[in-house]
Design a protein around this ligand. Structure first.
Ligand code: MRU
Length: 346
């Protein structure tokens, strides 16, 4: 039964940008409006909006807003510079702001100015948003082929509609398998410390009537050892040209466990997540977030006051642990270095 599941965390209506406040989900569903580029940048930094493709789309709308406020190349480039300083790992952010900047330069070279310049940039941001959803639906159909009927699937973090323009990458694969008539059940890692799995993945799968069971991050080893997980599918924030994939902290641990139990581990991500300028995962910048997000939980201090903590927000899964990378342009199977290059040549 098709899901008819239409959820986007980003709304752009009449030049006004609103974001679903993901820090308050699942208890409160609230939309916040961003009035200028600074508010857009803060929403990305503080994770009102999060997930690699969703960050890119939001930043593109931020640039469209800057152009509407002051339709000049200087205004676009100041917005681009500010937005690029928000979060370092998700390459979709840089991909989207660079695409917007290239269009702005072309418009200026063609003599397009004023309201027409701003309108063209708004249309470009809308195209980025629309293409992301269409790409996710294609990716879902391709990835569904890897999901057996009756599959018990583990996912980490939230790579769903909430992390994208809509539909989702990893959750898009699961959605498409269900829509193809397969029975699926999902284990969602809670994903400490921000709880994207317990709060967001569980919320969106439950809304879509896909059976979901939340586990804390230290439970998957036990479930793998009991033969209760048939496959893993996760998203990515940046994939190097050899297939090494950065995703939410804890993904690497899941990949090693999957390999130890001969369970296939798939990555689903659009081509805009692949950074061909980066040769391997060791070169991917890993965001370090605040210690307080680790030493406290839901606003309550859980570690002794003054104790140090580390908070790398992402880790890198080496390509050798990945059974296939499912993209919007086709599937890259090992050896990923070659198959990724082929996808870009298509
Ligand atoms: O810190 P976040 O919540 O932005 O991290 C998100 C992830 O790691 C997702 O898995 C990734 O961006 C893929 S989203 C389709």
């Amino acid at each position: 039964m098709p899901s008819n599941f239409h959820l986007s965390p980003i709304r752009w209506v009449g030049g006004r940008l609103s974001l679903l406040e993901q820090r308050k989900l699942p208890l409160v569903e609230e939309w916040v409006e961003c009035h200028d580029v600074e508010e857009v940048a803060r929403a990305i930094e503080t994770m009102v909006v999060r997930g690699a493709p969703a960050i890119g789309i939001t930043a593109a709308y931020g640039i469209a807003m800057a152009a509407a406020a002051a339709p000049t190349l200087a205004s676009v480039s100041a917005a681009r510079e500010r937005l690029a300083r928000t979060r370092p790992t998700a390459v979709n952010l840089f991909w989207a702001v660079e695409r917007m900047a290239r269009v702005a330069e072309k418009l200026v070279s063609e003599g397009v100015a004023g309201a027409a310049f701003a309108a063209a940039l708004a249309r470009e941001a809308e195209a980025i948003h629309r293409e992301d959803v269409e790409g996710n639906e294609r990716m879902g159909r391709l990835g569904a082929a890897f999901v057996p009927d009756g599959a018990r699937i583990l996912t980490h973090c939230n790579a769903g509609a909430l992390a994208t323009g809509g539909y989702g990458t990893a959750l898009g694969v699961i959605r498409a398998a269900r829509d193809a008539g397969k029975k699926v059940a999902v284990f969602a890692d809670e994903t400490r410390p921000f709880l994207q799995g317990a709060r967001l993945t569980a919320w969106e799968l439950a809304r879509d009537n896909i059976p979901v069971t939340v586990i804390s991050d230290n439970m998957s080893g036990h479930l793998f050892s009991k033969g209760e997980i048939d496959l893993v599918v996760v998203g990515a924030d940046r994939i190097a040209r050899n297939g090494d994939a950065a995703n939410k902290i804890g993904t690497y641990t899941v990949a090693v466990l999957a390999a130890a139990h001969s369970v296939p581990f798939y990555v689903a991500a659009p081509l805009s997540t692949i950074d061909r300028a980066i040769e391997n995962g060791s070169k991917i910048p890993i965001e370090e977030r605040s210690e307080a997000e680790v030493t406290s939980f839901a606003g309550v201090q859980v570690a002794p006051h003054g104790v140090r903590a580390r908070h790398p927000a992402f880790d890198v899964t080496p390509a050798r642990y990945i059974a296939a990378i499912v993209t919007d342009a086709g599937v890259a199977a090992p050896p990923c270095e070659r198959t990724i290059a082929e996808l870009f040549e298509k």
